[in-house]
Design a protein around this ligand. Structure first.
Ligand SMILES: [Zn+2]
Ligand SMILES: [Zn+2]
Length: 237
């Protein structure tokens, strides 16, 4: 996650001239993305103002958030998990293309700056399953948080939230089953007490993992929790 190898690779890629990771044209504003592909990014609108679930019409809340409270205060998720955002996330996650992580973190930072999002004390990447971390050698959420930290100047706390045990994949399970499956999956360090934190992730799929991570942060005394993620997938039940 923060190995010397990863950091060296990250710095090396940061020194190359910006080139669009989607189509190879010159990048804009110091990013590895061209003007055309930037325009094509799939905006997550309309979406639930609480959990950022894509909605078909312009309602303030999704059906679930109308009847349930969340441990986090707001989710900023600017894009949907569609082309070319899905390809960039996959390039990072499955092919280890760290420049994609830098681009996604920078894009998220620009979007947060544009919206005037409330300030926080620290960024906390969504922790990866330990076996995924071993398999890939890095956590994609940490790579995005790292770039977001560089863009915003906010500290990234890689160890304030950890995975306690392995949980089965969440897709294909109903909401109640997913939530049971995740109980106790995270542990937050006492350092989060009294802090305003932003949980950073690559893609929110069902939202159950996010809810459980936020619960662990709240239990450890976090003053406020927001979540900043690159993309939101449509709910699959
Ligand atoms: Zn392009
Ligand atoms: Zn919602």
């Amino acid at each position: 996650m923060d190995s010397v190898y990863t950091i060296t690779q990250w710095i090396t890629s940061a020194l190359l001239p910006p080139t669009c990771l989607c189509c190879g044209r010159p990048g804009i504003a110091g990013m590895d993305l061209c003007a055309g592909c930037y325009r094509d990014l799939p905006r997550n609108r309309p979406a639930c103002q609480r959990c950022a679930l894509p909605l078909a019409s312009d309602l303030p809340r999704c059906g679930h958030c109308q009847g349930h409270a969340t441990e986090y205060e707001a989710a900023v998720v600017p894009w949907r998990y569609e082309a070319p955002i899905d390809g960039l996330i996959q390039a990072l996650k499955f092919n280890g293309q760290l420049p994609a992580g830098r681009l996604l973190g920078t894009l998220l930072g620009r979007e947060l700056a544009r919206r005037g999002t409330p300030s926080v004390d620290a960024l906390i990447p969504m922790p990866a399953h330990p076996h995924r971390l071993r398999e890939r050698g890095f956590n994609q959420a940490a790579e995005i948080a790292r770039a977001l930290g560089v863009f915003t100047g906010l500290p990234v706390r890689y160890r304030w939230l950890v995975r306690r045990r392995h949980t089965s994949p969440q897709t294909g399970l109903g909401r109640a089953h997913r939530e049971r499956n995740l109980l106790g999956a995270f542990a937050a360090r006492p350092a989060v007490a009294g802090r305003r934190v932003a949980l950073v992730d690559d893609v929110i799929t069902t939202g159950s993992t996010l809810a459980e991570a936020a619960r662990a942060l709240k239990q450890a005394g976090a003053r406020s929790i927001v979540t900043w993620s690159v993309a939101r997938a449509a709910l699959q039940l």
